[in-house]
Each structure stands twice: as structure tokens, then as C-alpha cells.
Design a protein around this ligand. Structure first.
Ligand SMILES: Cc1cc2nc3c(=O)[nH]c(=O)nc-3n(C[C@H](O)[C@H](O)[C@H](O)COP(=O)(O)O)c2cc1C
Length: 217
């Protein structure tokens, strides 16, 4: 059996420095996400979402990014799920992408709000029919007595809504508005590159600027 202590890898693919990175973290994210897509890494759109419960216990799960712009990062889920309940009690959350083959990580922290009903409707209606029925069939994060519950629910809602299931009221999007970003590029000898972007306090004109700082690995 392989000893875990002997499992190690040298990261030598690329570098990230102040001169070659974007001043706007959203642009840096866009570049890295596009590079991950073009490199055909598995599930480049998968990100870990961390939330914190009202009794201050953190939890994580994987979700798929479905949009991003200057307003933030969007994903879709069940609002009654564990993550939904935790976000209702504490809107601060963190996201992390790990593009293993590119030796890159992006961490994003900020505050989360629901996207508009119209935005959720538009995305819901773009999903395949079985996924739309699935949103009705699965009481996400609740205990169920067996897989048969899901199969029976899917059959029931499929028969009820036929080809036009409406968006369930408990299903929709969230948007995390970033307050802090970190871009991590693996380097040789564990001397990795880390650039953190934080928001400068509001200027008198009301415009916000990002401060970019290098962190020790
Ligand atoms: C690659 C991948 C993508 C996923 N995407 C989503 C997603 O976009 N939305 C979602 O609700 N769950 C998604 N899941 C399932 C979640 O990881 C999780 O099991 C579910 O949302 C329940 O989490 P919760 O009980 O903490 O709320 C995905 C899982 C994987 C492995």
C-alpha cells in the first residue's frame, strides 16, 4: 500500500505574478476559467461551496457555476436544502475551484443573495425535462425512506406537469458577491504563487478598487 506521506508532487506548469495578472479579479477569474475549459480538465465548472450554520459549524458541498459577471458568481439549488437553510441564517459563504491539472486554485469569499425570480425562471426553463422534474422530485437534504421515494415522486410530478413543469418555488439561484479573491498557482519547491485581491474601502466618489497582495505560500 502507498504511504500517504510519500505521495507528493512538484508543481511546475506555470507561474502567476503581479505583472502578468489582471488588476480586476473578475478578469483574472475569467481567464483561468476559460483556460481550464480549453484544457479540458474534468468538470471545470465544479466549485466547492462552504456555508456556516447558525451554530457556527461550517459545511461544504460541490455545486456548478452557472454564470458570473461584476455582480457575482451564480449557482442553482434547492432553497430548502441544508446549504439553503444555512445561507438563510448566515449569508456569508466561500467558493473554491481546484483545477488539478493546471495546478491552480481560486478562492472567493463574500455575501450571498438569491437571484431574481425571472433569472431563476429563465435558467430553470433551459434545463432538460428530467432535471426540471428532478427539482420537484427531490426534497434535497431531507431523510427519505429509500430510493423508491425519488422514483415515485418523479413519476408523479412527470404525470402532473407533463412537458411543462413550472419552477418549484423552493428552487432557484444564488449569487455570491465577492469581497475577497485568491488565485493560487502551484510552483516548484512549495514556493507557490498566491495573489489575494481585497476591496479597498469606498472612495469619496463611491467607486471601489481592488488591492492586490502577494501571500506567502
Ligand atoms: C460535480 C457536482 C456538481 C453538483 N452541482 C450541484 C448544483 O449545481 N446544485 C446543487 O444543488 N447540488 C449540486 N451537486 C450536489 C451537491 O454537492 C450536494 O450533494 C447537494 O446540493 C446537497 O447539499 P446540502 O445538503 O449541503 O445542501 C453537485 C455535486 C457534484 C459532485
Amino acid at each position: 500500500m502507498t504511504t500517504l506521506a510519500d505521495l507528493r508532487k512538484s508543481y511546475e506548469r506555470a507561474e502567476l505574478n503581479e505583472d502578468a495578472s489582471h488588476a480586476d479579479p473578475l478578469k483574472q477569474f475569467e481567464q483561468w476559467l476559460q483556460e481550464a475549459i480549453h484544457a479540458e480538465v474534468p468538470e471545470p465548472n465544479a466549485m466547492t461551496l462552504a456555508t456556516v450554520s447558525s451554530d457556527l459549524r461550517p459545511s461544504t458541498r460541490v455545486v456548478l457555476i452557472k454564470g458570473y459577471d461584476e455582480r457575482g458568481i451564480v449557482w442553482y439549488t434547492n432553497y430548502d436544502s441544508r446549504k439553503g437553510q444555512e445561507l438563510a441564517g448566515n449569508p456569508y459563504a466561500a467558493l473554491q475551484f481546484h483545477w488539478v491539472e493546471l495546478e491552480r486554485v481560486v478562492r472567493i469569499e463574500g455575501i450571498v443573495e438569491k437571484v431574481s425570480e425571472t433569472e431563476s425562471d429563465t435558467y430553470f426553463n433551459s434545463r432538460p425535462l428530467d432535471s426540471r422534474i428532478g427539482a420537484w422530485a427531490s426534497p434535497q437534504s431531507q431523510v427519505i425512506s429509500g430510493r423508491g421515494v425519488l422514483v415515485a415522486n418523479a413519476a408523479r410530478y412527470g404525470a402532473q406537469f407533463l412537458l411543462q413543469p413550472p419552477r418549484p418555488p423552493h428552487w432557484g439561484g444564488y449569487r455570491l458577491k465577492p469581497e475577497r479573491w485568491e488565485f493560487w498557482q502551484g510552483r516548484k519547491s512549495r514556493l507557490h504563487d498566491r495573489l489575494r485581491y481585497g476591496l479597498q474601502p469606498l472612495s469619496e466618489k463611491g467607486s471601489q478598487l481592488w488591492i492586490r497582495e502577494r501571500l506567502a505560500p
